[in-house]
Design a protein around this ligand. Structure first.
Ligand SMILES: [Ca+2]
Ligand SMILES: [Ca+2]
Length: 92
């Protein structure tokens, strides 16, 4: 079941570090990088719909070395996406 309401989008402004910490809790297999499926879980946790599409797009935008995962140093590339497409408030 999909809830398309933005109930869990953080109202408070996050820093980029907060964003990384937030995203890391969705690193289900603990390999230190975020896969498309892990990003989808994160987006779903925000209460959004079209999570598969958004996760695919987010990985495509931020995956600088093209290995299909968001490595730690690529997560910053996701910040603009999170601000513009996920409505998150992130500073820096
Ligand atoms: Ca992972
Ligand atoms: Ca990568």
């Amino acid at each position: 079941m999909t809830f398309c309401v933005y109930t869990r989008v953080k109202k408070k402004t996050m820093t980029v570090e907060d964003f990384k910490t937030w995203l890391k809790q969705f690193d289900a297999d603990g390999d230190g990088r975020i896969s498309k499926n892990e990003l989808r879980t994160a987006i779903r946790d925000l209460g959004m719909c079209f999570t598969t599409w958004k996760a695919r797009k987010g990985v495509r935008i931020a995956d600088a070395n093209g290995n299909g995962f968001l490595d730690e140093n690529e997560i910053e590339g996701l910040v603009e996406f999170a601000k513009n497409k996920l409505g998150m408030k992130i500073q820096g």
